[in-house]
Design a protein around this ligand. Structure first.
Ligand SMILES: Nc1ncnc2c1ncn2[C@@H]1O[C@H](COP(=O)(O)OP(=O)(O)OP(=O)(O)O)[C@@H](O)[C@H]1O
Ligand SMILES: [Mg+2]
Length: 297
């Protein structure tokens, strides 16, 4: 396993006592070498929080993150530097990715020089990255003179500058139109297929779900389900969804099932051979009476 999270919890302290906010509530995730995965969820689901922990930018309140068999929460500063040399990171906000005083080209050259990894023909490689991301002719512009989408693409190039083993990207297409988004998605696929770069994207952009090997849903600080292509089926849209069962036995039912269970707050779980049946208990009497009352109105 390349990267593994076990029972990650992140609680943000609040200035008001008793209002601490649990942004991640026991999250488990395993990423294999060579995988291309996306984690999709609505605003506030915990995507950026997760990415900041995976990139060792912030510490979890509890839980473990393992990278190639080593516990990253216990890295010292020089080990964090080594880790960041191996992992390309693109944060959600361009301000966190780019140096405002430097041109687009120098932004890409900076990590190549700073981390000291030997990249042959590094200037040519930086130019090629910019070309590949549709920024030819904009090499000498500073970020303030680029559009939001262009800044985002320079940030992708910066994250790829040192030929990372793992690319972590937070909303890489947040500012992009559909055509450019499709190109970026294709580029990620190519990087994954041809250079073997493992890629993990966190996003609210559902278009990623059909392009990745595995797509997780994140909600309220937990991974709730994942989708993967059905066996023997090659079309990217034909996918199977599975609910995730946490180590404590918690399972989040799919939204469609929840809708049918309105008013039911418990269920019998019965093992029948290889199958397990979930039988909703009779509905709460009070709710039943309310319903009956409203029918008479
Ligand atoms: N520094 C912080 N202090 C307190 N609460 C925070 C902090 N950062 C994030 N949160 C809260 O944690 C939750 C998860 O935030 P996070 O930024 O991880 O969400 P997200 O899924 O990335 O959302 P978005 O799609 O809007 O970027 C949110 O409810 C947010 O308000
Ligand atoms: Mg975010």
């Amino acid at each position: 396993m390349l990267l593994e999270c076990k029972d990650l919890i992140k609680i943000y302290p609040s200035p008001v006592e008793g209002l601490n906010f649990p942004a991640l509530r026991g999250l488990h995730l395993s990423i294999k070498k060579g995988e291309l995965i996306s984690i999709i969820g609505p605003s506030g689901a915990g995507k950026t929080t997760l990415l900041r922990l995976l990139s060792a930018y912030d510490q979890p309140s509890s839980g473990e993150i393992w990278y190639q068999g080593r516990l990253i929460n216990q890295f010292n500063e020089s080990e964090i530097d080594q880790y960041r040399n191996d992992v390309g990171i693109m944060y959600q906000s361009p301000r966190d990715n780019l140096i405002w005083e430097l041109s687009a080209l120098d932004n890409i050259l900076f990590p190549m020089r700073y981390w000291g990894k030997f990249i042959p023909n590094h200037k040519q490689r930086a130019r090629e990255l910019l070309d590949r991301l549709g920024l030819k002719g904009k090499e000498s512009r500073k970020p303030a003179h680029l559009s939001g989408g262009e800044q985002q693409r320079v940030a992708i190039a910066v994250a790829l500058a040192n030929e990372p083993t793992l690319l972590l990207a937070d909303e890489p297409t947040g500012e992009l139109d559909s055509v450019t988004t499709a190109k970026i998605i294709d580029y990620f696929k190519e990087l994954n297929r041809e250079l073997g770069i493992t890629i993990c994207v966190v996003t609210h952009d559902r278009r990623f779900s059909s392009m990745t090997d595995r797509t997780y849903k994140i909600q309220d600080g937990r991974l709730t389900s994942f989708q993967f292509p059905k066996e023997g089926v090659t079309t990217a849209t034909d996918r199977e969804e599975e609910a995730i069962i946490d180590t404590d036995g918690t399972i989040r039912l799919p939204d469609e099932v929840l809708k049918q269970l309105q008013g039911v707050s418990s269920a019998k779980v019965v093992i029948k051979g290889e199958k397990i049946e979930i039988i909703p208990s009779r509905r709460d009497k009070r709710i039943q009476n309310d319903d009956e009352g409203s029918e008479q109105e």
